[in-house]
Design a protein around this ligand. Structure first.
Ligand SMILES: Cc1ncc(C[n+]2csc(CCOP(=O)(O)OP(=O)(O)O)c2C)c(N)n1
Length: 640
């Protein structure tokens, strides 16, 4: 049967593109776009960004010689065309599924995923590293970084542009400018890019450019000499010194990032440059799929959908933590005009979009700039405002020193709100928030909490809003807030846990200590154990820092076995704190946590199960643990 993607089906590596005619390359781009749409509609994933990079990727691989040339993709969420052009068409239907293709780039997945990503703003730095290694090893290939207009605004990209302009070696940065982050891009640089966009397109000069290039006699060396005099000179009439040129980069652009022929010409020329070049390509997010072009924000990351109906399924089911935060922060801000919110390019993902609509002058979207977001929040707090800084757990890792140095040493009341704490599911290892118990738990002054359900999140946020004595943080998981837990609840008090169910100290009883999502898992485990005659005391460790030492010691003392369950790595986590606090009690304490390795992508339930922290796994662990401890008590008696 003929493939629905006839040209793409015959491409297994980028150099295969070199044998294709311009018309075939255009056909290939159509195949790639169709393959993305067909497959993402079945698997879910990042749609709009990938529809926008189709021609750009075909042009890069048509012009560069990959390998040995190197292409580094920033973030990696826009690299599905790269996956398709590097022989992964037959596996694209496994995208983001357990043991299937990653939604980002991974060195383990393919040799041409030369540099893994998931967090934004790393490509220019990494590509410069490749270029410096090439120069050191006396090699001659070209190096490219592709970065979006939001990623390029991140601090790290500018640190790299600063460095690269001085290094002055062969490297091309392709600025993939679609004017969008996930939400519309923000900041002064974005306005600057808009001004650059208004220049005449390079294509309008293509005729002249071609003639200029043709007039430079001889092949590459002569062409390179041309570059030494400044390529911009040949391509752009208004070489009035863009910010990039001032920093030592040639600037080529703007260029229509969907004009395959023009891009092929430009990339072929730029490949030879002995100096750093930035190519400014204008693309359209969602290109080729009307609804995604019209609303790329909605279609940035999607669940499976029907291509024909052009509609995303409406989410049903229990309320998500993100929505609970979004609603509560608006209520709190109605009551206290000092409250301001900060997001690092994620107003939708963090749930701050409602706040943005209601209080447009009280939200600061700082762009992909988590480090700045944290220190900016510290300044706001020092200046007397009440900042709520909402950053996913995984992205706050970027701001670790800022949390420690700017917020916590000065004991400033910044409120951190971290969505996606724990295993996030299909985004995989770059996005799991399984380190925050550890990286925040080790910092003095910081109070860290995690809610067991939606109601507790609301109460914690209220408690946090009233707490002015120092920095606070709440972490909660991706997805629906659990509803399996008892409705009765105790008020939040600093550093105090909640005893959800107390079964007393009979020999076959066990104590389960959970925090956040693992309280529900412990609850489920308790129900399973009950049917096997094992009763479980359940503790809601709502404060991860400081822990409730009194309750921990009391519970551990009264139970033959205490199991702490946390959706975080073991090192530096809640379990280790409990072990430290109860070491002298001579009781058994076990810790179930995320193991010391990077966890793959898959569904959250699958991953919890693999990590041994799902309800069924907790129950099984307790059952075998109790049996073996009873057996060992028997054998000790026998030996005596
Ligand atoms: C450090 C970090 N912060 C936030 C994100 C979440 N994020 C993923 S893609 C994206 C927008 C990227 O926009 P851009 O670089 O312009 O690429 P485009 O999707 O428009 O192609 C954001 C904010 C991230 N991946 N990394």
């Amino acid at each position: 049967m003929e493939s629905p993607y006839p040209i793409l089906a015959n491409v297994s590596q980028p150099t295969d593109l070199h044998g294709l005619s311009p018309a075939q390359l255009r056909g290939l781009a159509d195949d790639v776009r169709k393959a993305i749409l067909d497959n993402v509609s079945r698997t879910g994933g990042h749609l709009s960004s990938n529809l926008g990079t189709v021609e750009l990727t075909v042009a890069l691989y048509g012009a560069y010689h990959v390998p040995p040339d190197v292409v580094v993709w920033d973030t990696g969420h826009q690299a599905y065309p790269h996956k398709l052009l590097t022989g992964r068409l037959d596996r694209i239907e496994t995208l983001r599924k357990f043991r299937g293709l990653s939604g980002f780039l991974r060195r383990e997945e393919h040799e041409l995923d030369v540099f893994g990503a998931g967090h934004a703003g790393t490509a220019v730095s990494a590509a410069l590293g490749f270029a410096a290694a090439r120069d050191r090893l006396g090699q001659a290939h070209s190096v490219v970084a592709v970065a979006g207009d939001a990623a390029i605004c991140s601090g790290m990209s500018w640190e790299a542009l600063n460095h690269g302009g001085e290094m002055g070696t062969n490297i091309t940065v392709v600025l993939n400018d679609n004017r969008m982050s996930i939400a519309p891009n923000v900041g002064a640089l974005t306005s600057y890019f808009t001004r650059l966009r208004s220049r005449p397109l390079v294509q309008d000069l293509a005729y002249r450019a071609k003639h200029v290039i043709k007039r430079i006699p001889g092949p590459a060396p002569r062409l390179a000499a041309g570059f030494r005099h400044g390529l911009t000179h040949y391509f752009a009439p208004e070489d009035t010194g863009t910010i990039f040129e001032e920093m030592g980069w040639e600037y080529i652009g703007p260029i229509d990032g969907h004009d395959l022929d023009a891009m092929l010409d430009i990339f072929r020329a730029v490949r030879e440059s002995p100096r750093p070049v930035l190519v400014h390509a204008l693309t359209v997010k969602g290109k080729g799929y009307d609804v995604a072009e019209a609303d790329s924000r909605k279609w940035h990351g999607v669940v499976p959908f029907d291509v024909q109906s052009q509609e995303l399924p409406v989410k049903a089911g229990p309320v998500a933590y993100t929505q609970v935060f979004g609603k509560t922060i608006v209520e709190l801000a109605e009551e206290d005009e000092n409250i301001v919110a900060i997001t690092a390019a994620m107003p939708d993902g963090t749930g701050l979009n409602g706040f943005q609509e209601r209080f447009p002058d009280r939200i600061h979207d700082v762009g992909i700039a988590e480090q700045h977001a944290v220190t900016f929040a510290a300044g706001l707090a020092a200046g007397g405002a009440k900042p709520f800084c909402a950053i996913y757990s995984t992205f706050l890792q970027r701001g670790f020193d800022q949390v420690l140095h700017d917020v916590c040493i000065q004991n400033l009341p910044v409120r951190f709100v971290m969505d996606r704490g724990g295993l996030v599911g299909d985004d995989g290892p770059t996005h799991h928030g399984v380190f925050d118990h550890s990286y925040l738990g080790l910092i003095p002054n910081l109070v860290l909490m995690s809610p067991r359900d939606a109601t507790e999140l609301r109460e914690m946020l209220r408690w946090m809003a009233d707490y002015d004595d120092g920095p606070t943080a709440i972490r909660y998981p991706r997805g629906a807030a659990s509803d399996v837990l008892p409705e009765s609840r105790t008020p939040i008090r600093m550093g105090r846990w909640e005893l959800l169910q107390d079964q007393g100290s009979l020999p076959r009883n066990v104590a389960l200590v959970g925090s956040g999502s693992t309280v529900a898992e412990a609850w489920e485990a308790a129900a399973m154990l009950e049917s096997q005659g094992i009763k479980a005391t359940i503790v809601n460790a709502r404060f991860i820092k400081p822990i409730d030492t009194e309750t921990a010691r009391d519970v551990v003392m009264r139970h033959h076995l205490t199991v702490v369950v946390e959706e975080n790595v073991r090192s530096g986590g809640l379990g280790q704190q409990v072990l430290d606090a109860c070491r002298d009690l001579g009781r058994s304490i076990e810790v179930l946590s995320v193991p010391d390795r990077f966890i793959e992508h898959g569904s959250q339930a699958q991953l919890r199960s693999i990590c041994g922290i799902g309800g069924a796994e907790i129950a099984e662990f307790v059952r075998t643990g109790l049996e073996s401890s009873v057996e060992s008590r028997h054998s000790t008696h026998k030996a005596l």
